[in-house]
Design a protein around this ligand. Structure first.
Ligand code: NAD
Length: 306
């Protein structure tokens, strides 16, 4: 039998760990030997109010099972205080799970600045503040693992969730750049688009579906990605939930290259539009196109058909 992945001696910070996915992460990592900072503001799923209870209940459960955990009640908007709590309680931080989140669903027509701002603050600024505070520790110890949390809503769009979709796709760009900056220091960063039963989804999915989407079934992928045995998987975008685990990537069409001169007009593009949208010979880019090569090729071409 394969050996269990263990996290003995490591410190894991889980934001939004008072319920749903965060609670599942916290219980798992504590059961596998890690010391866990159980952060949760304890508000409603719309981000109203706060309470110590959500985090305390999880810490009590971990301790009752013989694990090590401390509670932290700060908002992720003050992520530095959450990382401070890890250092104060356990002297280090190895793994950061940026998981806290809220919803302010409303059609775009009725979107208010407050709905927009709060979602961006909690998801984007929250993930930034936690990662920013953890970063110097990761760099110094030449080890760090980060999971950011996106959503299918961010990747594909979702009615009534422009604010949430924008924030969640931001997690992808954030992760991709962190992965590039962290690689030299053995800081690996991946982003997941999970699906799981929680108070966020219980009102939009039927009970029989929810039963098959336990938060515990998102945890194993996260464990694989943040374990020290993962030394290469970074900058990945993963879909996970209900037993499904898949990686996503960008696809670029073969594309249309035209002469860049005055004949590069809307008409010239329209004439060959099928090439712009033709995915029969795709590329899978992990960085910007090689524009210098394309430019050289374009310069050699004759004038474009209109
Ligand atoms: P959840 O509401 O059960 O958990 C989120 C937790 O974050 C809550 O306990 C909440 O109190 C906490 N929280 C909210 N704002 C906070 C703040 N400012 N500071 C600290 N804690 C805060 O929901 P969940 O489904 O477990 O969601 C976890 C993450 O997964 C979220 O980022 C969510 O957007 C994302 N997500 C979930 C699903 C899903 O199917 N459940 C799908 C896509 C993305």
């Amino acid at each position: 039998m394969a050996e269990q992945l263990r996290f003995d001696g490591q410190v894991v910070v889980v934001t939004g760990a008072g319920g749903g996915l965060g609670k599942a992460y916290a219980l798992f990592f504590a059961s596998r030997g890690a010391s866990v900072v159980v952060n949760d503001l304890g508000g409603s799923f719309k981000g109203e109010g706060n309470s110590n209870k959500a985090a305390d209940v999880v810490v009590d459960e971990i301790k009752a099972a013989g694990g090590k955990a401390v509670a932290n009640y700060n908002s992720v908007e003050s992520g530095n205080l959450i990382i401070d709590a890890a250092i104060k309680a356990f002297g280090r931080i190895d793994i950061l799970l940026n998981n806290a989140g809220i919803l302010r669903d409303v059609s775009f027509k009725n979107m208010k600045d407050a709905d927009w701002d709060l979602i961006i603050k909690v998801h984007v600024k929250g993930a930034y503040k936690c990662a920013r505070a953890a970063w110097p520790h990761f760099r110094k110890q030449k080890f760090g693992r980060v999971i950011n949390t996106a959503s299918a809503a961010g990747l594909f769009g979702s009615f009534g969730q422009t604010n949430y979709s924008a924030a969640k796709l931001a997690m992808v760009g954030f992760t991709e750049t962190l992965a590039k900056e962290g690689a030299k220091y053995n800081i690996l960063c991946n982003v997941i688009a999970p699906i799981a039963a929680s108070r966020m989804t219980e009102t939009v999915m039927p009970p029989d579906v929810l039963e098959n989407l336990r938060p515990q079934w998102v945890v194993p992928l996260v464990a694989v990605l943040v374990h020290k045995s993962n030394t290469s998987e970074t900058g990945g975008i993963f879909e996970v939930g209900g037993g499904h685990t898949a990686k996503l990537r960008w696809q670029r069409s073969g594309g249309l290259l035209l002469k860049a001169d005055d004949s590069y007009t809307p008409g010239a593009i329209l004439k060959k539009w099928n090439k712009v949208v033709d995915f029969s010979d795709p590329q899978y880019p992990t960085g910007p196109n090689d524009f210098m090569t394309l430019l050289e090729e374009s310069m050699k071409m004759g004038p474009n058909e209109q």
